[in-house]
Design a protein around this ligand. Structure first.
Ligand SMILES: Cc1ncc(C[n+]2csc(CCOP(=O)(O)OP(=O)(O)O)c2C)c(N)n1
Length: 267
């Protein structure tokens, strides 16, 4: 049954900020067993719960792809937008109602290929949106084509001799575009995702979260769990996340350090 705008408004008006909701929506995720997106989902849910953010004040804006399905599985308001447009739509949501906590969610195809022209603009405008890039380095939903973050030599059905292109580094792009909060995270570490999200949500400007994850169905050669678990490691103990130039230099040298890479002070 369709709920009219008036009825919906009356229902929303009755929700108190203290109301606690289940962290997952009634729609069960359609992701494959073993998919890293479950870990990201858990990390986001933990952050919302631990910060006690009322779910009716959260909007999850997603693009198209397996990652794009996320907005159906979160017990928040949600917008499943068109491919690549999660950032402009989430900008609109935040500007329309700055009191909302806004998550933009999408895959590496969504955010680095068709939607790649939006990251610089949300970063330079420093819109207070939390953008979580689910980076499995492959187009999952369309059954495994190389994405802009796939490595050279990546063999798929459409690149049987191996991809010949150089990958984009989303962390480096976000830093170069002037994002004021940049974290790199691992889907196998939901607690690490939660900790960074809590800091990023508190951050008053644009927060970018580059999450390394695995596509267990279509990628048997690159970002497998074995590979990721072998390579990911924490940032060095003496790492200074307030130094922009050093953050860029670090990311150029180290592809697998995880944590908050940059946080602009006094922003
Ligand atoms: C305008 C448009 N072009 C192409 C597609 C086909 N398409 C759907 S999802 C997708 C890529 C998904 O890959 P990614 O964003 O990395 O997300 P994943 O499925 O891996 O989570 C593509 C090319 C589309 N839906 N709309």
């Amino acid at each position: 049954m369709k709920t009219s705008g008036k009825v919906l408004a009356a229902q929303v008006a009755k929700i108190k900020d203290s109301d606690v909701f289940s962290i997952r929506s009634e729609n069960l995720p359609t992701w494959c067993p073993g998919c890293g997106y479950f870990g990201i989902h858990q990390g986001i849910n933990n952050a919302i719960q631990r910060m006690n953010i009322p779910h009716h004040k959260v909007v999850t804006v997603s693009g198209i792809g397996c990652a794009g399905r996320y907005s159906f599985f979160a017990n928040t308001y949600g917008l499943h937008t068109v491919h690549g447009r999660t950032l402009p739509v989430s900008t609109g949501v935040k500007l329309a109602n700055p009191e909302l906590t806004v998550f933009a969610v999408g895959g590496d195809g969504d955010g680095l290929a068709i939607g790649g022209a939006h990251l610089p603009h949300i970063a330079r405008r420093d819109i207070n949106v939390n953008y979580i890039l689910f980076d499995n380095s492959i187009y999952g939903l369309t059954k495994g084509q190389p994405s802009p973050s796939s490595p050279p030599g990546f063999k798929t059905k459409v690149s049987p001799a191996g991809s010949t292109e150089q990958p984009l580094n989303a962390t480096l792009l976000a830093l170069s575009y002037g994002a004021t909060f940049v974290a790199r995270l691992f889907a196998g570490d939901p607690e690490g995702i939660t900790a960074a999200l809590i800091e990023g949500i508190k951050h008053p400007g644009f927060a970018f979260f580059h999450v390394y994850t695995s596509c267990v169905t279509f990628d048997k050669q690159f970002k497998t769990w074995d590979h990721l678990k072998k390579w990911v490691h924490p940032l060095p103990e003496n790492y200074d996340s307030s130094n922009h130039a050093q953050s860029i230099a670090h990311v150029l040298e180290d592809d697998y350090s995880m944590g908050i890479l940059y946080r602009k002070q006094d922003s």
